[in-house]
Design a protein around this ligand. Structure first.
Ligand code: C2E
Ligand code: CA
Ligand code: CA
Ligand code: CA
Length: 279
């Protein structure tokens, strides 16, 4: 190994080697996860200022047989790098639409919207519009109840093609929310042109709202911007009533966070809704 030259030496760094092995193992496990039904969608409620339920965001969970719960923050980036996000994202859309169809059948859940996270790589497939239209048609769901969450970087990456796709899907009635808003490189010029329905304030700005003057200023500015652009604004990561009060005071109209509920497996989410409906 010593004669192999300087550039190869780093491959024999045991720490690096361990990291690479863990990654490879995770990747091969991820390949099996879909066929072995290890994914699940959890649902986190979204509410208005009166606490009325507006809908939910679908969040993926991976239960690995040996490792237990693996956070999407850990495996989604790997899935994006390896292209596995395509079949995983497809599964998410299928499962979310099947769930939406179920909700239509019960008075407690009939008008709730469902927000689904779609990765840049998945959205940028030429076939995405066709794929999603086909899923919506096959499940016979009301497309107005489906909302796609895209990050700023997903949109900016390929703005012309992305805008065109968003327009086509919006014609079908599907809504769009810009996820993690404020963390990327938004510019007013494109924000005005995008067919968005909603801005979602990232939880990193909501977290320290009560004691970080910068965060408070950013949040106020995002809400004002959204209102001026005619968009609905939702805040994520709302954990305290002080955060909620600040957001309401500055005219934010939708909220999501542990203050209302954690993301829940389908059955628990349904009982939360039925409880609320009968209350
Ligand atoms: P995100 O889209 O920004 O989702 C919000 C994250 O904040 C979720 O983490 C949610 O569980 C968490 N959260 C909700 N309320 C609170 C709160 O009050 N306090 C705090 N501290 N956290 C809260 P999660 O479920 O671990 O997901 C992490 C990220 O993984 C998501 O961030 C999203 O980018 C990605 N992700 C999750 N599900 C999917 C999916 O189905 N497809 C894709 N492409 N990405 C997904
Ligand atoms: Ca999201
Ligand atoms: Ca976020
Ligand atoms: Ca901060």
């Amino acid at each position: 190994a010593k004669t192999a030259g300087r550039n190869t030496v780093r491959f024999f760094d045991p720490a690096m080697q361990a990291i690479l092995l863990v990654r490879m193992l995770l990747e091969s496990n991820l390949r099996l996860a879909l066929s072995q039904n290890q994914f699940q969608l959890y649902y986190q409620v979204q509410v208005n200022a009166d606490g009325k339920f507006l809908g939910a965001e679908a969040l993926i969970r991976w239960w690995h047989p040996d490792r237990g719960f693996i956070s999407p923050a850990e495996f989604i980036p790997l899935a994006e790098e390896t292209g596995l996000i395509i079949p995983i994202g497809q599964w998410v859309l299928e499962t979310a639409c099947a769930q939406l169809k179920q909700w239509e059948k019960s008075a407690a859940t009939a008008n709730l919207s469902l927000a689904v996270n779609v990765s840049a790589k998945q959205f940028q497939l030429t076939s995405f519009v066709e794929t999603l239209s086909e899923i919506v048609a096959r499940h016979q769901i009301n497309p107005a109840l489906l909302k796609i969450e895209l990050t700023e970087s997903a949109i900016l990456d390929n703005i012309d093609a992305t805008t065109e796709k968003m327009r086509e899907l919006k014609k079908l009635g599907i809504a769009f929310s810009m996820d993690d808003f404020g963390t990327g490189y938004s510019s007013l010029a494109y924000l005005q042109r995008l067919p968005l329905n909603q801005l979602k304030i990232d939880q990193s700005f909501v977290r320290d709202l009560s004691h970080d003057e910068n965060d408070a200023t950013i949040v106020r500015a995002i809400i004002a911007l959204g209102i001026n652009l005619g968009l609905n604004v939702i805040a994520e990561g709302v954990e305290t009533s002080a955060q909620r009060a600040f957001l309401i005071k500055h005219s934010c109209t939708a909220f999501q966070g542990y203050l209302f509920s954690k993301p829940l497996p389908m059955e628990e989410f349904m009982s939360l809704l039925e409880q609320e409906h009968s209350a």
